[in-house]
Design a protein around this ligand. Structure first.
Ligand SMILES: [Zn+2]
Length: 318
């Protein structure tokens, strides 16, 4: 039997059920809630989060990985309240996203690894709530010097604690390859790494190359309206189907990279975004999975990507 730390305490991995591998309850920025709390409608984030995740629970969702780090304004109290109020298990993250604090730029990877380890072992900000995943991010332009410090820190925190690593990448520039190189250099077991945002590309050679290295990949951006120049949700699903057909169906995980929409954006932008995505955390199950079946995907394929793979990723099982 295997357990994982959810924000409400350890759960059996066999109870994870249908799992979305990359979501966010609330995104802001580091320090905003402390310094400018009036800018963040925190109570609204909790009530809207509970409403959306209750709906998602009704639709079959049981677990999400909330990959919100400190530099994305991670508010562990909000995440905990939404899990408690909705019934959806939430596995939180330590690590660092793209807004790497300037004080980390000249730090040693070991010092930063120590910070992640402390959260993984003792909990977040004195709450005792422990993350289950280490998140790291590299984007357009690839791995920067400060990005490399953080990647190596994630590798070392993983080796100390056994917590798996889930990355943010910029797939059009094959940034996953650069991350894998650094993890290999650190001696990380690539079976404990998921390279995320991999469905921002349709480059099957790149994706198969990553999978052949032994990582998992996150097909974890799903929005009803494609960003200019990016694959739309049907194309993203076709890429997933092509990888399943090529024999990689046991190495893929799906997610939306969605968040509870807050009135932080302008009123007009808020209204537009709300109108664009009424399905929110059920978009994949209501749209992508039916399309996958239409293309010949089986119930077993769907169970693999939605249930078994996230569980096996957490367990470290092949
Ligand atoms: Zn994200």
């Amino acid at each position: 039997m295997s357990t994982v730390n959810s924000v409400l305490g350890p759960i059996e991995t066999s109870d994870m059920g249908v799992t979305l591998s990359h979501e966010h309850v609330l995104i802001t920025s580091a320090g905003i809630q402390t310094t400018f709390p009036e800018f963040v409608p925190r109570d609204e984030a909790i009530s809207e989060g509970i409403r959306l995740f209750k709906d998602a629970y009704q639709g079959g969702l049981r677990t999400i990985f909330d990959l919100t780090t400190h530099d994305l304004g991670r508010d562990i109290g909000v995440i905990e309240a939404v899990s408690r109020g909705s019934g959806v298990n939430i596995i939180a993250a330590t690590g660092t996203w793209r807004d790497i604090p300037r004080v980390f730029w000249t730090a040693e990877s070991n010092e930063i690894a120590g910070l992640y380890v402390r959260e993984l072992v003792e909990g977040i900000e004195g709450t005792g709530i422990k993350p289950g995943i280490i998140k790291v991010a590299n984007d357009v332009g690839g791995v920067t010097p400060e990005g490399e410090i953080v990647l190596r820190a994630a590798a070392r925190a993983h080796q100390k604690t056994g917590a798996p690593i889930y990355t943010h990448t910029w797939a059009p520039e094959r940034v996953g390859d650069q991350q894998v190189k650094i993890f290999e250099d650190e001696g990380v077991d690539l079976n404990r790494v998921c390279v995320g945002h991999s469905n921002d590309t349709t480059d099957l050679d790149y994706l198969k190359g990553l999978l052949d290295k032994g990582v998992w990949i996150g097909m974890d951006r799903y929005h009803p309206v494609a960003r200019p120049g990016m694959p739309d949700w049907r194309t993203r699903t076709e890429t997933t189907k092509a990888l399943i057909d090529a024999g990689y169906g046991d190495r893929l995980m799906l997610g939306h990279d969605a968040q509870v929409q807050l009135r932080i954006a302008s009123k007009q932008a808020f209204a537009e975004r709300m109108a664009q995505n009424p399905d929110k955390f059920l978009f994949i199950s209501r749209n992508a999975l039916p399309y996958l079946k239409e293309m010949g995907g089986t119930d077993a394929d769907i169970k693999s990507v939605m249930v078994d793979n996230p569980r096996r990723f957490i367990e470290g099982a092949f």
